[in-house]
Design a protein. Structure first.
Length: 260
């Protein structure tokens, strides 16, 4: 883990992370736990959830629930809150698959929008009264898809644009309660299921890297560090922000995938 931040930065804090059994959100949960936080993670995959909790250590707990189900998500959040107050919420459950609109079913489009956008709404709506206090932090994991079009990604672009705007509205509405709401918009991130689907071959990975000004994929930990910063006192006056962590890919119009 990085030594940039104080080792006990989140000591005494509790963070709840959806999509926390794998990928970026597991990386966030790991970094938060390494900096002293008590962590709860939510996933609909019990096997992955149990493995992630075991890896996170004794101060972690897991909750099997689908973010598309408001009641199940609210119940999971309430169960975590019963162990102590929640200070940080990370909404990161997501779905993705490459398909042009002409080859995409309505159900396929809806599935991604429901997981990404409705899931973020459900989680934030269910969590608000549990973290309604000055200093609380909400972070949603979006993508550069929210501000740039990508071929074969209409469902994700629509969902992430919604996530971005939803969080900006929440920042306005929840600011008076002292709750900060921000978004992280990653570019290409290595070691994630989404990137494995979008760039499945060595040739595709090389093309992605060529389209990024910094010439490489992000590491999961680099996105996690952005989340740690936004959860820290150093970000106490930051809300309603979309923090782009993309290696500069937005500078070339956001394109890092083949046009398809």
């Amino acid at each position: 883990m990085s030594g940039v931040f104080q080792p006990h930065l989140l000591s005494g804090k509790a963070a709840y992370v959806t999509g926390g059994s794998s990928g970026i959100c597991l990386g966030i949960a790991q970094l938060f736990a390494a900096h002293g936080a008590r962590v709860g993670i939510q996933s609909r995959n019990r096997e992955k959830l149990d493995a992630a909790v075991a890896a996170l250590g004794p101060h972690a707990s897991g909750y099997a629930a689908d973010v598309r189900d408001f009641d199940a998500t609210a119940g999971a959040l309430a169960a975590f809150a019963a162990t102590g107050p929640i200070d940080i919420l990370v909404c990161g459950a997501a779905g993705n698959f490459p398909a042009p609109v002409t080859a995409m079913s309505a159900n396929g489009f809806k599935a991604v929008v429901d997981i990404d956008l409705l899931g973020t709404f459900n989680t934030c709506r269910a969590a608000f009264e549990l973290l309604r206090k000055p200093g609380a932090s909400v972070i949603s994991i979006s993508a550069t898809h929210g501000s740039h079009p990508y071929a074969a990604q209409a469902h994700v672009c629509a969902a992430k644009a919604g996530v971005d705007m939803l969080n900006r509205v929440l920042a306005l509405e929840w600011g008076p309660a002292g709750v900060r709401v921000n978004v992280i918009a990653p570019g290409p991130v290595d070691g994630t299921e989404g990137m494995r689907r979008l760039a499945p071959t060595a040739e595709a990975r090389a093309e992605v890297a060529r389209n990024v000004p910094l010439g490489r994929f992000a590491a999961i930990e680099e996105i996690a560090e952005a989340a740690l910063f936004l959860s820290s006192p150093a970000a106490a006056y930051i809300t309603g922000t979309i923090l782009t962590v993309d290696g500069g890919v937005s500078l070339n119009g956001g394109r890092f995938l083949a046009r398809g």
